[in-house]
Ligand binder design. Structure first.
Ligand SMILES: [Ca+2]
Length: 335
């Protein structure tokens, strides 16, 4: 009797364990919110997303595939999402594929994944408004960390992108992307922008590659990054610019920091990180919205002599902003 009870207990217990998670299988199509069971799975054909508005939580499961380096159209994909919108893919450990994640014209959130030892880590492919948010992932030991192909309006935020043999991020004809607060190191090249990639914002990243940035054919805004050194000549040696790259002001320490350079490349303190050094900032500790010259409306109203109570209550109007910005009238004495 004891044995039977024990067996029943095990069956109940194991059904509880599996009630919350699903064992992935090769060729699986995900059409509803799914959490995988922890473990290592050999899935040479990977899985695909078959419906909108789906959350896939790999729960740390490791997906292992085949890498034959088919390029530019990878065949072996760990997770394939084409044309499905509002998808979340999280907590996956993906290794050894032609492409780890394949995102085709899709709006997806990709977070907390590890993607390694693949030909392409994350491949975002599409001519529409792609709008993927790729955040908090570790992307390493691939040939291409992230490959953007005609992929627009993506945000690549707070990822660790390292030891990728060729490029951390390869942007091919891809524009209006934001590359923010990422760590790049030990890559063949950090960020590679070419073939009509334009209007990409690169800010608050920490770069530590021998070649940090390559820009072939459009102006690039790369202000306020840390480039591994504060010597302006050394920084420029890590940037291959066949088109104009603006990298000054730069951060004088890895982000986050309160020390940035001025336009001459000299390091100065900027407590509120608004790009205006303490020595010039009328409001050096502004938190939140900074309307003009590093100040909030309330602060500008407060700086105005006489402190008109009505004005202070309303916040600053166009006139007060204009006077402050142009440093005329009552604002003259402040500067
Ligand atoms: Ca400031």
């Amino acid at each position: 009797m004891k044995g039977v009870l024990f067996l029943a207990a095990i069956i109940i217990l194991s059904s509880f364990v599996y009630a919350d998670c699903v064992v992935p299988y090769d060729g699986m199509v995900i059409t509803e919110d799914t959490t995988f069971c922890e473990g290592e799975y050999y899935l040479p054909n990977g899985i695909s997303i078959g419906a909108d508005n789906v959350v896939l939580d790999c729960n740390g499961a490791k997906l292992i595939g085949i890498k034959e380096a088919y390029y530019p159209f990878p065949i072996h994909l760990a997770i394939n999402n084409v044309l499905k919108n509002n998808i979340t893919i999280m907590n996956c450990n993906i290794t050894n594929y032609d492409a780890g994640l394949f995102l085709g014209r899709t709006k997806s959130l990709i977070k907390n994944n590890q993607i390694s030892n693949s030909y392409i880590g994350i491949y975002s492919y599409g001519t529409d408004d792609t709008k993927n948010l790729i955040e908090n992932n570790e992307i390493y030991l691939n040939n291409f960390g992230i490959y953007l192909f005609s992929s627009i309006n993506n945000t690549i935020y707070n990822n660790e992108i390292f030891s990728n043999a060729w490029y951390g991020i390869h942007s091919y004809s891809s524009s209006f992307n934001k590359i923010l607060e990422n760590e790049f190191y030990s890559n063949g090249l950090g960020v590679h922008l070419l073939f009509g990639s334009s209007n990409n914002l690169i800010e608050h990243n920490n770069f530590n590659d021998i070649t940090n940035l390559y820009a072939s054919d459009n102006e690039v805004n790369a202000k306020n990054n840390y480039w591994g050194t504060i010597e302006i000549l050394e920084i420029s040696n890590t940037i291959l610019d066949f088109s104009p790259v603006t990298f000054v002001p730069f951060l004088c320490e890895p982000y986050p920091t309160n020390f940035i350079s001025n336009e001459n490349g000299e390091c100065i303190a900027d407590n509120d990180n608004d790009g205006i050094p303490n020595s010039e900032d009328k409001c050096p500790d502004t938190i939140g919205e900074q309307v003009v010259y590093g100040c909030s409306c309330e602060q500008i109203s407060d700086l105005k002599p006489g402190k008109d109570k009505g004005l202070y209550k309303e916040g600053c109007n166009e006139n007060i902003i204009d006077v402050f910005t142009r440093q005329i009238g009552w604002a003259k004495d402040l500067f």
